[in-house]
Design a protein around this ligand. Structure first.
Ligand code: DI6
Ligand code: FE
Length: 398
């Protein structure tokens, strides 16, 4: 592999791992004593990838809605007619726990196979107390079943369910006074998210929910300014949100507010691609203002049925002006910040978890370059190899 300082890349490097933790990362010649070695055959090693925004627990799929959109139907219009998120809510409510768990397991396993070792999973396709709790329990169960750390986010405020169609504030009250306390009491969520948008929750409703989440000691994040500029970024910043996500329509004032608050911008290139959006999120302006920029798959059935972190990197470069290096940072160190996990993951340095992805590539730009295929050779989670070939093998062709 070619050393490339732009990626902080080292040739002929070694990592020394003690239990779950990296204790040395640097030139092989400088490594401290160790008692067992694994030769990775000169392959590229990166931090395990981090996907900081998914909705991967759901019933059904929306392939026919996608067909209708290809023929000219509009996403917001479909939602107003009771399709969109509500179609998935119907399918999710009627699916059993086991089926939801198994189908989500399959999607998460696909992410893990491409090097993901930490994932955020939102609820939001239940929209009643029992189903939202079921989705969050499934998110936690997935973290026990697969070698991946799961951060669970309560997104009860994804849209107004049909039974509250004419009384949206009644649903906001249910979220604030019944669902949030139940979720918090059971320790089922690490954060709370709201879809702040004309077709979902107004800023006043969003603010009410964020205030209540903060009272319960939960960090917040926001689906902000995706389809219109509703002042979502500034609202997220006011609540010291971990992240503001989407941001296609964020204003200059919103960008300034994010920078001041240190809130991470999570960009979702899969949704931009799949909705065939015209308005790209202002990535250059976010960077110029000093906002950390992360990338996620947004894996969901309506706007981003994407189970490939590497394709998310590719779309970010091809469609949204990321460099391959910025894209990789977006799913490693910046994604760790978006989940408040930068203290123990996202880079390869002493003190961080030994969450590693080992790649069959010559240069890191290849991770974002290829369309399809899977160059992931092995994955280590907390120091243990959880996928890939046995140790001490040499690389093909060498
Ligand atoms: N924004 C999105 O892109 C997803 N949720 C959200 O708040 C879409 C979810 C869906 O269409 O099912
Ligand atoms: Fe989303």
């Amino acid at each position: 592999m070619i050393g490339d300082p732009a990626y902080g890349l080292l040739d002929d490097a070694a990592l020394v791992i003690d239990g779950e933790t990296i204790v040395f990362a640097g030139p092989r010649a400088a490594a401290p004593a160790y008692d067992r070695t694994t030769d990775l055959g000169g392959r590229l090693v990166t931090p395990g990838l981090i996907d900081p925004h998914t909705h991967l627990v759901y019933g059904g799929n929306r392939a026919q809605e996608w067909e209708a959109r290809l023929l000219g139907a509009d996403y917001a219009e479909i939602a107003r007619r009771g399709g969109g998120i509500l179609a998935t809510v119907r399918a999710t409510r009627s699916a059993g726990y086991e089926w939801l768990l198994e189908s989500a397991h399959t999607r998460l396993a696909a992410l893990c196979a491409q090097g993901v070792t930490t994932v955020e999973i939102k609820s939001g396709y239940g929209l009643d107390l029992d189903t939202e709790i079921r989705l969050l329990r499934i998110a936690r169960e997935l973290g026990r079943r697969l070698p991946v750390d799961v951060r669970a986010t309560f997104l009860g405020a994804h849209t107004i369910p049909p039974e509250y169609g004419t009384a949206p504030n009644g649903y906001v009250a249910l979220v604030c006074d019944t669902m949030l306390p139940a979720v918090a009491a059971e320790g089922l969520a690490d954060a709370v998210d709201v879809f702040c948008e004309t077709i979902a929750f107004s800023s006043a409703q969003t603010e009410r929910i964020l205030r209540r989440a903060t009272e319960w000691g939960l960090r917040v994040k926001l689906h902000a300014d995706q389809l219109s500029d509703g002042g979502g970024a500034a609202l997220a910043a006011r609540f010291n949100a971990l992240s503001a996500d989407h941001l296609e329509y964020v204003s200059a004032a919103g960008i300034e507010a994010l920078a001041r608050a240190g809130t991470v911008a999570v960009i979702l290139p899969g949704a931009f691609y799949f909705l065939r959006e015209r308005q790209a999120p202002p990535v250059a302006a976010l960077r110029a203002a000093g906002v950390p920029v992360a990338i996620a798959t947004d894996c969901n059935p309506g706007t981003s049925p994407l189970v490939s972190p590497l394709l998310a990197l590719n779309f970010a470069c091809t469609l949204l002006g990321f460099t391959p290096e910025d894209a990789l940072r977006g799913m490693t160190c910046e994604a760790a910040r978006a989940l408040d996990l930068a203290h123990d993951r996202g880079t390869l340095e002493p003190g961080k978890l030994a969450d590693l992805a080992v790649w069959d590539v010559d240069h890191p730009a290849e991770l974002a370059y290829a369309l399809g295929g899977n160059p992931c050779h092995a994955v280590y989670k907390r120091g243990q190899r959880v996928s890939g070939a046995d140790s001490n093998e040499t690389r093909r062709g060498e």
